[in-house]
Structure formats: C-alpha cells, structure tokens
Design a protein around this ligand. Structure first.
Ligand code: NAD
Length: 354
C-alpha cells in the first residue's frame, strides 16, 4: 500500500519520541511491503519561532492532504500563558480544521507493568478500557472574555455534537464488551443534562444491543482507581475527558505509555501520545516513546485499515516490555533504565522477532 503520513514532531520531547515512531513505521513498511511517504513539518512552538504561527498554512495543507497525521507534543515554558501566540491554540485549530471530533484513548494494563503503577496490582488485573472524549466543543472552544477582575469561559454543546461522538462510542462499544459509561456533572450543569438526554435517546434507538449508564465525573474519578476493570467504553465531554485520561494513565504505569487517536467522519485522523512536551526531561534522551509507537499503530489501524501491521507494533511494544525493557518513567529500583533510542531498539528487535 502507498500512503502519505504527515509527521509533526513539535516541541520538547516531541522530536525525540517521533524519531522512534519513524524508525518503527519504516520497519513496518519494509516488513509488510508498504510504501509510506513520511513528511515532517513544523508545528507548535517551533513553528511560532520559525513562522510566527503555530500552524503555518503549509503544515495545515500537508495535514489536509495526508492519509493520517502523527504528532509528538507541543508547548513549553518558552511559549507560556503570557506569550502572544500559544502552541496549544495551534493544536485546537488543527483538530477543528481536520474535523476530528472524537478522541479515542485506550487504557490497557500490560501484566508486566503491574508493578510500575502506584495502584495495587490486584486492582489492575484485566483493566481494558477505552475513553471516547469529545474534542471540539465545550469549554475549550466556547466564547472567552477577560476583564481586569473577571474572566469567562463559556461551555456550550449542541445536540449534533453529542450525537456524532455518541455514535463513535456506540460503534466501538459493539466491537468490545458492549457497555458505555457516560460521564457528566448533571447535578449542576445544563450541558451535562443535555448529554444525558441525547445519549439516552441515541443509544436506545441506534444501539439497543449496547448498555448505557450515566456517572458523575467526581464519582468516576474515584471508581477509576477503585474498580477500573468494570469500565468498558467511557464517553465524556472535552474537559472531563482531558482530566480523567491523565488519571487513567497511572493505571498503565506512566503517561508515556498511552496513545490516542482523534478521528472524525472520514478515515483521516490525528494520532499522538497523550503526554505533553515534558520540558523537565526534554533534550535528555530519556523519554518513553511507547505512547508514540502505539499511536502509530492506531494510525495504521484507523486511517489505513492495516490491522495486522498495527497489531504487530502493539505486540512488539508488549514484547519489549515483557522482556524487561524500561525507560526511566517505568523503571523500578535496582534496574538500569533505557534511553529513548534503546527503547526504540528493543521494540524494533521485538518487531523483527529478535
Ligand atoms: P507533560 O505530559 O508534558 O509532563 C507531565 C509529567 O510526565 C512530567 O514529569 C514529564 O516528564 C512526564 N512525562 C510526560 N511524557 C513522558 C514520557 N513520554 N516519558 C517519560 N515521562 C514523561 O505535562 P505538563 O508538564 O503539564 O506540560 C508540559 C507542556 O506540554 C505544556 O506546555 C503543556 O501545555 C503541553 N501539553 C501538550 C500536549 C499535546 O501536545 N497534546 C498535551 C499536554 C500538555
């Protein structure tokens, strides 16, 4: 297969983890006989420095024409809250421009990493859940205003925005254990009451084989670490999903392990690890690249329909971890952590059966 993948390394550890993603994608192309054209472009802080714009027109054009987009991470102290142009705004704009409204964040606990989590191992056995987070609505995209002694962020959702992401959750739940937990704060928020109404009607009418429960976000935060294996698909609005997925990353052992996919109505998607640019470890070559490698796997599966190739990357990451490969974020006392590059080597070795 011939495919064009736009690659946006971004800032901080972004270029370090993306370098490993590129090596793994090239290895997959060679092993399975594909022709992946991998084109890099500036995005985020690095693009602000070069072009004064976090999402330059040429980068947007490249992403629009690509079959899929692989992103590292963006942001950093250099472009902090008082900077006139901010990298995070470029990411929100890219998601909106690509029309990717559903963010999929799978959380699986690899048995070999039971001890890397701060949660008791017996609570982690069998955890396999999938967040479906609404990505282009809510507080992040509402009207904003600022006066000297007052600030406003508006939270708005339309029926259409809730319906389309609920359909994604319904389709994915069908391929899993058939259960959706919809998360909200309906005891105080009007938008949350709309979420409850719309999801109840849509799941009843279009997914009668899927079960739906509603859960308040505060209680979800508690149950996620108390009984995580009870969750199957967790459907949330934008802000709650952002927060809960960072919490859930602790089940998997590290923020560096978790991939994500942002998809819309077509096949094209935006794939990135859920972590940020990690300025505290950037440039040291010690970041965990696994979240990026697993994001590349999601790209192959969702945007290119290459299930076997995606599964090969996932198995190679699991294989390397099972063999004992650990970057610093996963290493336990007494073990020597691998560098980002060495972790990439371990996954490549597992990929080629070595
Ligand atoms: P962060 O995710 O960058 O880092 C949080 C902690 O996790 C840090 O201690 C970091 O060292 C560690 N960590 C993160 N990824 C890791 C990896 N792959 N391997 C090992 N350790 C890892 O979050 P933050 O520090 O709150 O944010 C830093 C910057 O990233 C900010 O500018 C923020 O806006 C930005 N950010 C970007 C994205 C994105 O690009 N999608 C997402 C979140 C945050």
């Amino acid at each position: 297969m011939k495919a064009h993948i736009a690659v946006l390394p971004g800032d901080g550890i972004g270029p370090e983890v993306i370098a490993e993603g590129l090596r793994v994608l090239r290895a997959v192309a060679a092993r399975f006989g594909h022709d992946f054209e991998l084109t890099e472009a500036p995005f985020g802080g690095v693009a602000i420095d070069l072009h004064g714009d976090g999402l330059p027109p040429a980068t947007l054009d490249l992403c629009r024409k690509a079959d899929g987009v692989l992103l590292g991470a963006i942001g950093g102290p250099k472009w902090g809250p008082s900077a006139p142009v901010r990298p995070e705004a470029a990411l929100l704009r890219l998601r909106a421009e690509l029309g990717v409204y559903a963010n999929l964040r799978p959380v699986k606990v690899m048995p070999a990493l039971r001890d890397a989590s701060s949660i008791k191992p017996e609570v982690l056995d069998g955890v396999d859940l999938l967040f479906v987070r609404e990505l282009t609505g809510g507080l992040y995209f509402g009207r904003k205003s600022r006066e000297a002694d007052r600030a406003v962020d508006e939270c708005a959702y339309t029926v259409g925005e809730i319906e389309r992401v609920t359909r994604v959750a319904g389709r994915l739940a069908r391929g899993r254990r058939g259960h959706i937990t919809q998360v909200d704060k309906s005891n105080v928020l009007e938008t949350s009451r709309l979420w409850r109404e719309v999801t109840t009607r849509l799941v009843r009418d279009e997914f009668p084989d899927v079960t739906l429960e509603h859960m308040l976000v505060d209680s979800t935060a508690m149950h996620l670490i108390r009984r995580p294996r009870d969750f199957d698909v967790i459907l949330t609005e934008n802000l709650f999903g952002d927060i809960l997925t960072d919490e859930a990353s602790m089940l998997a052992g590290s923020l560096g392990m978790l991939p994500s996919a942002a998809i819309g109505d077509g096949r094209r998607g935006l794939y990135e690890p859920i972590h940020g640019s990690a300025p505290d470890i950037a440039g040291k070559g010690i970041a965990n690249p696994c979240g990026t490698l697993l994001s590349a796997a999601l790209l192959l599966r969702h945007s290119l329909g290459l299930d076997n190739e995606a599964a090969a990357i996932e198995a190679a990451v699991a294989g390397a971890i099972t063999q004992g490969a650990r970057t610093a974020d996963l290493a336990t006392a007494g073990t020597t952590p691998l560098t980002t590059r060495e972790m990439g080597d371990a996954v490549l070795a597992a990929l080629s059966g070595g």
